[in-house]
Design a protein. Sequence first.
Length: 511
Amino acid sequence: MLTKDLLRVSRRGGGYHPQFVDRAARPLAARVLGTYQGHVGESRAALEEALETLEHDADDFKLVRGFAALVDREATFETRAPLPPTRARRAAFEASEAVGVASEAERRTALDRAAERLGVDADAVAASLYADREVNQVLAAFDSPWDLDDLLARYDLSLAQTALFDAREVRVRSADPRALVSAVKRLRLMYEIRTTDDGRVVVVTGPDALFRRTRRYGTAFARLLRTLVDAPEWRLEATIDDRGTDRELVLTEADLSPPDGDPIAEPSFDSGVEADFAARVSNLDLDWDLVREPELLATGTRAMVPDFAFDYRPAGSAGPNDTGGESAFRVYFEIMGFWTPEYVAKKLAQLEAVEDVELLVAVDESLGVGEEIAARDHRVVTYSGQVRVKDVVDVLREYEADLEAAAAASLPGELRPDDDAVSLSTLAERHGVSEAVLDDVATPEHERVGRTLVRPAVLDRLGDELETGLSLADAEAVLGTHGIDDASALLSRLGYRVEWEGLGGGVLRAK
């Protein structure tokens, strides 16, 4: 971002158009870079004098200052002096009080006394007095990470960000609306999503905008733009308060290119309540995967992004992260904290119109709207200070019971897997149920050995292949050729026990 005094906009046609640069600005950008490179080892005063000369030669002095403001962030300045400046000033001022400086001769006397006290010559004291002032600091190093095109792209983005400083409302269409909404929430802005004939529009304001016209969120809007430009397609429209006159600013992906570096709005939780809840849930061994900010949910002509979703992963089955697929059952989870009455009314309207999904809402008990949310056919838990994980887990357990009952009802009374040997966990995963559901299902072609189903013929072959005295490692290798990894249960079924012989490993013995 640039400072507002460097803003370059056109108000032609009643709009508000940042004056972006093109390749014609490359020579000027190169001269700014060259000025910094040529002044390494010189004072900032000398550098600024050279830049002022460049401003006089350029058609637009603000463009020179804009380039310099960006380049200056990559420069390293340091104080170079024979003595620490604060120490030199202290000694010189104390000597001046004793001498009473009113002329150049008296000044020289004071410097001589200060130098004698510090054990240096007077010129060293004089050179150190104000060496730490910004204009006297020395450009120690300059190594720009950008080429000319990078600098032009960064300038355009910074100029557009500065143009948003006086924005009161921003309306955005993006090819990645979920990432956009996530950034909006991180920046403590308020938003609503409207569905139009052209797609979904994210309307962004600040909390105070509910009560009065305000430009106080311009910096946050500017930071939001840094995240937005990373999307492949986007369009931003903003209402700008231009000294009391409303003007419209329009930007698209054709105007700006994403510079190198991470977006300013880093992923994080937008409230301590959410962060605390996610941290505590991550420590539990649940049959549910917690998903941060899932997809948008339609709410009539608008949409909402729930804070979390729980994806059901039956015990023993692979979850979404293991298979790359989606869970068969998802419960959305929204944390509704204390906010303004207008916010609560809007949130209740969203919950009334949200599409037909399973939604669990944790609502701050001070709002007193738990019954209203429940009346909208959503599950509700209340909290004060922090969301009680047990309350949420209890609701998830209710879903689990219903899901297992439905899964059990959908299974046939018998299962006849094609495998000669198959673990219950694998079989459960195939049918999308938990292992517990399989306890009541008959498997007439297999014998259940521990947590594995094995054909009787395989058991007969294993009885011939295994013998007393065989090492446990060899026995496990034999079992592995038949797809069996539960060695202890199978060996016990065949009448063997394992006798351990010190560090030499286990040996099969008859029970």
